[in-house]
Design a protein around this ligand. Sequence first.
Ligand SMILES: [Fe+2]
Length: 227
Amino acid sequence: MGIEPFTTGAAGPAGERVAERVSGRAGDITALRDFVAAVAALADRTRNDADAMARGARPLLHELVQQDGWLPDEFAQPHPTYYQQYLLYGDPLDRFSVVSFVWGPGQSTPVHDHTVWGWIGVLRGAEVETPYRLRDAGAASTGALVQVRPETVLRAGEVAGVSPASGDIHRVRNAFDDRVSVSIHLYGGNIGRIRRHVFDPASGERKPFVSGYANRYTPNLWPRDAG
Ligand SMILES: [Fe+2]
């Protein structure tokens, strides 16, 4: 897949179209609803072509995180100990999912992979990514992890990607020790249901895990006052 892991880029024509749709309405949840509708339409157009869907989705997420105020507070609440993953929308056909990641001060993920493409857009604050690869391809059970390049800082309004084809093992942490950061993630599957892995950085040992979500209910994209 032609996605560079955790690099940033500008919005394309599709993102500009979303900007037209949401202009003047920043601050209500219609920005999220329009985003979900655009991604669903993209999934219809690209059918089973994951590369095409990932390429088309990036400018849509980029546009979404250019404005704040649309994310309901209950999906932006940090936990005192653990970073939180709130499902904002799950496609009924598991073609994509939209998740808010909420980082308390200093919180960090374990080293993990994804097994599907994903885009990360920072809405508030900033986060730091440390990318890894297995030392010996095909020897996942015995090889130690190697950091493949320096840490990357992703700031509010920026988008970066992960892809199983070009590298999707990393650790992510809040860039701040004194404030909450929030990022919006779009994945090419239902990330909370997907069986993937966490890694011991020293030994390279990997263990399967399914991340799940912190919330029991998803946001209402059609509230009375949202137009
Ligand atoms: Fe990740």
